[in-house]
Ligand binder design. Structure first.
Ligand SMILES: [Zn+2]
Length: 268
């Protein structure tokens, strides 16, 4: 039975929940806007664009650990990303005031940790070292404080800044890409990148040097003010490539999706 085993967080043996790394609420919102289904574009050239109800879940955690991560971190993080704390929107980005960045950081890290431990194909490119994994397991389970010297997390709100935009601010929220790792030249640092709810999040496994940590969009785990800049989604190379592939598949008829609609909406 798939749903019996060791919980990856507390390591107790018993019944497991069908756990989501990127939360089910995000998938549900997308499918609600698209007649109950999402649209999947994969990097496999032969695979057509298709409708999907897959929300990338897997039996991973016991019910109390599932509740712990969802209540402590996911609920809070998702509220922040969905603008429930009434951030101030400017021409250049979003100003969050009174934001618990320690909690937001743990929301992103809990996704990375669950994704790295998932065998679902969508998370095959999310890697983590045994050492970082064990650190995160303890920090998340016991809700310990993470210092800025441990990880660096960078966040941006994506927008379609093309002359003739295809995506509205609202429809950029309907994109999810499989998390992927980035390696950097002249550095041993590796990051995990994620895109959901219209935000591009990069988690560096090694904290950046102190003089780089104050850059725009970097979380400061001790502070409650955060400015999240708008970035052009087509400036993110990996996102541009997958969108270009989707466009090509659509154009050449390699698709099972008959009708692609992009609805206009003025929300932030
Ligand atoms: Zn557990």
């Amino acid at each position: 039975m798939d749903n019996i085993g060791y919980c990856k967080l507390c390591r107790c043996f018993g019944e497991l929940e069908n756990s989501h790394a990127i939360g089910d609420a995000i998938f549900k919102k997308i499918s609600k806007n698209n007649n109950g289904q999402g649209i999947s574009v994969t990097s496999e050239n032969s695979e057509p664009i298709q409708y999907t109800q897959d929300s990338w879940a897997e039996y991973q955690l016991c019910s109390s650990c599932e509740k712990l991560l969802n209540h402590k971190f996911e609920g809070y993080g998702l509220k922040a990303l969905r603008g429930k704390f009434k951030p101030n929107i400017t021409e250049y980005g979003i100003n969050f005031i009174g934001l618990d960045q320690q909690r937001l950081a743990k929301y992103f890290l809990s996704i990375v940790w669950r994704a790295a431990h998932s065998t679902h194909p969508a998370y095959k490119d999310t890697k983590i070292s045994a050492c970082e994994s064990e650190y995160l397991r303890q920090v998340l389970q016991n809700d310990e404080v993470i210092p800025n010297s441990k990880f660096t997390i960078k966040i941006a709100r994506i927008q379609d800044m093309a002359q003739k935009p295809i995506f509205t601010r609202e429809t950029t929220r309907e994109l999810i890409i499989s998390p992927f790792c980035r390696a950097y030249k002249n550095s041993t640092n590796v990051s995990v990148c994620m895109l959901f709810e219209g935000f591009f999040i990069e988690v560096f496994y090694k904290a950046l040097p102190i003089n780089q940590r104050g850059a725009i969009g970097m979380l400061d785990f001790r502070k409650n003010k955060l400015f999240v800049p708008f970035v052009n989604m087509f400036d993110i190379e990996e996102l541009k490539n997958i969108l270009a592939l989707g466009y090509q598949k659509h154009h050449t008829g390699n698709t099972q999706v008959k009708f692609l609609s992009v609805s206009a909406n003025n929300s932030t």
